[in-house]
Design a protein around this ligand. Sequence first.
Ligand code: FRU
Length: 507
Amino acid sequence: SAQDYNEQYRPQYHFTPAKNWMNDPNGLIFHDGIYHLFYQYNPGGTTWGAMSWGHATSSDLAHWEHQPVALQARGFPDEITEMFFSGTAVADVNNTSGFGIGDKAPLVAMYTSYYPQAQTLPSGKSVEANQQSQSIAYSLDDGFTWTTYDEGNPVLLNPPPEYADQIREFRDPGVFWHAASNKWISVISLAQLHKLLIYTSGDLKEWELVSEFGPENAVGGVWECPSLFPLPVDGNGGSKWVAQVGLNPGGPPGTPGSGTQYFVGDFDGTTFTPDPESLKQTNWLDWGPDFYAALSFSGLPDTERVDIAWMNNWKYGGVIPTDPWRSAMSIPRKLSLKTIDNTVTLVQSPVLDAEAGFTQHWDSVPAGTTKLNLTGKALDTTLTFTKSESTQFGIIVQAMADFREQTRIGYDFTTEQLFVNRTLSGVADFDGSFSGVYSAPLASRNGTVTIRVLTDWSSVEVFGGQGEVSITAQIFPSADAVESYLFSMDGPTSIIDLEAKEVHSVW
Ligand code: FRU
C-alpha cells in the first residue's frame, strides 16, 4: 500500500522493489492482459549479489503489484551455484518447445546462466568457473511460476569456437518470434568484443548461429542486453528494425558510465543490416546518466513497442543513498520511428497516470527567475516556448527558496541543446562523478521548443521535441526542496505555455 513507500527518495511513480538491489529489466512480456516485469534482483541485500529474477505485474503500466521472486539464484542463501542473469521471455503459442501440456501453451524465458564455480550440470554438460551460458525456463501458469529446463540447460553452452576465449562474456539473449522465416531468433552479446551473435531456432532448445553484428558506433565499454524489433516508420506501412544495445562504460558524452545506443536498419531473418544513416553518429536512446539495459515488451502487436530501462548507472549504482531498496525503473516509454530532418529517428513517449492539471500562459517572461504556483516532487510538466532575446530558458524543479538546492532543466538557444543540470540537486557526495550537466542536441522549430519534464522523488526524466531526445538523471534532494521556477537567461523569452500534472503513485 502507498503508505509503505514514503521513505526519503522513494520513487512514487517509478517502479522500485520494496527492498534490496535491482538492475536490468528482464523478460518483459504482455500476456493474457497483464504486463509482466521481471528484473535482475538480489534477494539478499542492497548491492549486486545473488542475482535472481524478481517479478511484478501491471494491467496498465502505471500501477504495479509485487510478485514472488520468479527465478531464485540456485543455492541461495548459502552457496550459490547458478545465478539468473538478464534475458527475455516469449509466449510459445504453438508449443514449439514441447513444454506445453494439453491446450496450455508455455511462456518461455531465455536468460544467461552464470556459474560461479566449475561444475557438471544435471544435463551432463560441464561448465568452467565464471562461465556464462544461455538457458531456458518455462511457465505453464501464464508467467507466475517457472521451471528451469534442467534436462537440457544450458541450451547454448559456449560461444562459437573462434570466440572460445569469450565464455565469460557471452550473455543476455534477446529472443523473439520471426513470423516471415517461421523461426525463433536470439540476439546474444559478446560483451568485450562489441558483437551481437544472431541465432535461430525452431524449438527454443537447439540454436544455430547465423550471423554477427558489430562492432559499430559506440564501443567504449562492453556491449550488454541487446534486443532487436521492428517498428512502423511514420505510422505507415513501411517498417524498419531497431537494434538496442547497452554500453558500459562509454555512455553518452559527459556521463560517467552506462548508456544505451540504438541502430536503425533491416533484418531478413538472419542478418541485421544497419542503415548507413544510422552509422554516421552514435544514436543515444537517452543522453543522461541513468538509463541502461533498455528492453521492450514482447507480446504486443508489432506496431506497438514499449521500453523500460534500469534508471541507474554501474558507476555509482551500488552507493546511491537509498534504503532499504536500491534502483528504480525508468518510466515505460512508447516507441515509434519518425523521419526527422531526413533521418529515421526513435521517438519516445512516457506512459503514466496523471491528474488533469493546470495550464498557464505568458506572452513573455523577463530575464531572471519567475516563481511558479507549482510545488511538489511527482509532477509531469510540459513547457513550450519561443526564442526572443534569452540565451537559455527552462524550469527549475525541486528547489529550495534560496536556490541552495535546485535542478535546472532547460534549452540553450545558442548551442541548440536540451540540458539537465544536477550539480545542485542535493546529496551527491557518494560518488565523485555523480554531479554534472547533461546535454542532448535538439533543433528548435522556427524558434519554438517543447520539453516535457517528469520529476519524481529521486529522478528527472526529460523529453525534448516530439520525444526524439531524452535525458534521464537521478537526483537526491532534501524533502523540503519542492518549489518550481521558470528561468530566462540574458533576456526575456516569449510565448510560454505550461501544463503541469500531479502523477499518481504506482502502488
Ligand atoms: C547489465 C548486466 C548484464 C547481466 C546482468 C547481471 O547490467 O551486466 O549483462 O546479465 O547485468 O546482473
